[in-house]
Design a binder for this molecule. Structure first.
Ligand code: SF4
Length: 204
């Protein structure tokens, strides 16, 4: 059994990536060394100390919902040893999706879906660049789109999707949205223009 610092758990709608729109059970773990200036979940790494829950407590709570999969997120969830949590979900027939910036080397197996969101100001471990199912780039301007293409383009082959998502405070910036569309048209598949569906729907 393992204990995890849990900021929050909730059953909601996945707002991003190829599973957007699907019901999902979210587990937000505490702590993140990446510290993005625009982070919209700062409470996951700068707030007060969270409650600890065991892997079985978390999985049992999720099993009371109708979820098909659980999303392990943060913060940066991979700073914690995740295998027991993943195994407890699997034991109850719940798939696991992981959202990570790739800050740590990959040390967990049997994840059903990996969303990797590298950050330009932080290290991204190659083990996640290779194994991720989808990539997500959060951008504030056209220059960042180009930097992501240069830095990570060699890893696009075999990915199900590579989303370019406007940083939320710029999600109605017509110039940035236009730049994203132009990049998708220029580079082609697997690039996609991304959005944060749950914020449009007001879901939590
Ligand atoms: S990596 Fe994610 S959780 Fe950590 S600071 Fe950046 S956006 Fe926030």
């Amino acid at each position: 059994m393992a204990n995890y610092p849990v900021v929050e758990t909730f059953y909601s709608v996945q707002g991003e990536g190829l599973f957007a729109g699907a019901g999902a059970y979210f587990v937000r773990l505490f702590g993140c060394p990446v510290k993005c200036a625009w982070c919209d979940t700062k409470n996951s790494w700068s707030g007060s100390a969270p409650n600890f829950m065991s892997d079985k407590q978390i999985a049992n709570q999720a099993s009371l919902t109708s979820c098909d999969f659980a999303v392990i997120t943060g913060g940066e969830p991979t700073i914690h040893p995740l295998q027991e949590l993943v195994d407890s979900f699997r034991a109850l027939g719940i798939k696991t999706h992981l959202e990570t910036s790739g800050y740590m080397p990959k040390n967990v197996e049997n994840i059903d879906w990996i969303t990797l969101s590298p950050k330009l100001h932080s290290h991204t471990h190659e083990s996640y660049l290779v194994s991720a199912d989808e990539l997500k780039f959060i951008v504030s301007n056209a220059e960042e789109i180009e930097l992501y293409m240069e830095k990570f383009g060699e890893y696009f082959s075999g990915k199900k999707a590579v989303f370019i998502v406007p940083e939320f405070s710029k999600s109605r910036d017509s110039e940035l949205l236009s730049e994203i569309c132009e990049a998708v048209k220029l580079y082609g598949f697997p690039l996609r223009a991304g959005w944060q569906l749950h914020k449009s729907f007001g879901a939590v």
